[in-house]
Design a protein around this ligand. Structure first.
Ligand SMILES: [Zn+2]
Ligand SMILES: [Zn+2]
Length: 182
């Protein structure tokens, strides 16, 4: 992948965010879920999260999902530009919590949603600029709607998780072949 480590980190954050909406239970159902997300993804500079933050982040999740799964590059560019146009962005070099020097894009005093829109939005912008949009994938397992970023050299990854979905699909294919033989 031609992306710097902080881009990769922000892409993992946007994947995590989108996938909170892909499980059986909504992973952002309550304010506590958002607090847990902020801890898990080390979203810095956030003091307290409110119901309003929850609503904003849930709306942002839908927007990122639409960019991620856009049918073509112009659609992805249009959706991402809409998001970036209303986002205050202030590049700032930072080194904290054991992370090497990286660039923050969120403006001082940003809410959680603004923070995520800025940092994840810029990361996705780089994906589009580098013409790497085909790395933004949705799991190929029919009963799974998790998204992931394919970081493999030959762009061959099709399942969100090889141990769960990949393994499950291989077992199903093996059983289907056995049925054909017998
Ligand atoms: Zn940081
Ligand atoms: Zn999956």
């Amino acid at each position: 992948m031609p992306f710097s480590h902080d881009m990769v980190y922000s892409l993992a954050t946007v994947v995590d965010l989108i996938n909170t909406g892909a499980g059986e239970r909504d992973g952002l159902a309550e304010v506590g879920d958002l607090e847990e997300f902020v801890r898990r993804r080390e979203v810095s500079g956030v003091e307290a999260v409110t119901r309003r933050d929850l609503g904003e982040v849930r709306a942002l999740r839908e927007e990122f999902h639409a960019v991620f799964t856009a049918p073509d590059q112009p659609t992805a560019v249009g959706l991402l530009n809409t998001l970036l146009q209303r986002t205050r962005i202030t590049p700032h070099l930072a080194e904290h919590d054991g992370h090497p020097l990286h660039v923050h894009y969120f403006a001082p005093g940003s809410s959680v949603a603004e923070h995520l829109a800025a940092d994840c939005g810029v990361a996705l912008a780089h994906v589009l600029v580098e013409n790497e949009r085909d790395r933004l994938r949705t799991c190929a397992a029919p009963d799974c709607s998790h998204v992931f970023v394919d970081e493999s050299r030959n762009r061959s990854r099709v399942y969100c998780d090889s141990r769960t979905c990949g393994n499950r699909m291989h077992v199903a294919a093996y059983r289907a072949r056995r049925r054909d033989i017998s």
